[in-house]
Every structure is written in structure tokens, then in C-alpha cells.
Design a protein around this ligand. Structure first.
Ligand SMILES: [Cu+2]
Length: 148
């Protein structure tokens, strides 16, 4: 039955792909969850971290800046309200680039508790910078207030 074998053959690769793609993410998530429970969460090794850079930036409320182009001293109170409502604070570099603020390691930790006192201030932030999928992030090591 060569004609039905050909039809069957064309279905096999599709079926294999359907099985493989959705399995990846849950398997990784499960591995991370089990690792965390067992106290052996994968560690980010120092050699995996890019050398720290210092970026001159304003601490911004990412929602109001990206959605409404709001930032600066006049927006400080709103930024604090947004941050306390869970909106991530981040950085607007003097180069115009927006950076997410992230903590060290994996699992990571949000930076709002560190950044909220600097909402809308001009700072020099030092840390490893990552760039992926059109987004940048700074792993916050040190913040020095420049103005505000
Ligand atoms: Cu706001």
C-alpha cells in the first residue's frame, strides 16, 4: 500500500514536532522547581556575568515612560505610586535606551525595594548589562545618586 504509506509518512513529522515543542518549557520549569525545592537551584557563575559597566541613567517607572513618555522630577510621585502597585522601576540611559533592573542570580529578585527611593532621580548605576530579544537589563550592583 504505497499510496497510504506516503500519506502516513507526511503525518509522522508533524506528530513528532507537536510532541517535542510543548515538552521543552514544562520540563525546564519542572527541573528548576525541583532544584529550588531541593536547595540546589542552578547558580549563575561569576564567569557567566559580563564585566560590570556604569551607566548614567534616570530611574524610571517603566509603564508610564514606555506607554506615556512620562519621566523626570514632575513624575516622581506617580512613579512611587506605580512602583508600590508593582510596576517595575527601570532605567532610562542617557543614550535613550531603557533597561530593566534585575537582581543577581536565579531565581532573581525584584529591584523596586532598592529603586523606589531613587524614583526619577539621575543616577550612575553599575552592574552587568544583558541584551536579549530587544530588551536590556542591568543587574544592579551599585547606585550612586547624581541629581534629584
Ligand atoms: Cu507613573
Amino acid at each position: 500500500m504505497t499510496h497510504s504509506a506516503a500519506a502516513f509518512g507526511s503525518r509522522v513529522p508533524q506528530h513528532e514536532n507537536e510532541g517535542k515543542v510543548p515538552m521543552k518549557a514544562p520540563t525546564l520549569a519542572l527541573a528548576v522547581a525541583l532544584g529550588t525545592l531541593a536547595g540546589v537551584a542552578p547558580e549563575v557563575r561569576a564567569q557567566d556575568m559580563p564585566a560590570p559597566q556604569t551607566v548614567s541613567a534616570r530611574v524610571i517607572d517603566t509603564a508610564c515612560y514606555v506607554n506615556f513618555n512620562l519621566s523626570g522630577p514632575d513624575h516622581k510621585m506617580c512613579a512611587e505610586v506605580c512602583a508600590n502597585a508593582g510596576v517595575p522601576l527601570g532605567f532610562l540611559g542617557e543614550d535613550g535606551q531603557v533597561y530593566m533592573a534585575s537582581g543577581k542570580g536565579m531565581p532573581s529578585v525584584g529591584q523596586n525595594p532598592v529603586l523606589v527611593e531613587h524614583a526619577e532621580q539621575l543616577v550612575k548605576v553599575t552592574g552587568s548589562v544583558f541584551n536579549r530579544g530587544g530588551a536590556r537589563s542591568i543587574v544592579v550592583d551599585k547606585i550612586e545618586v547624581v541629581d534629584g
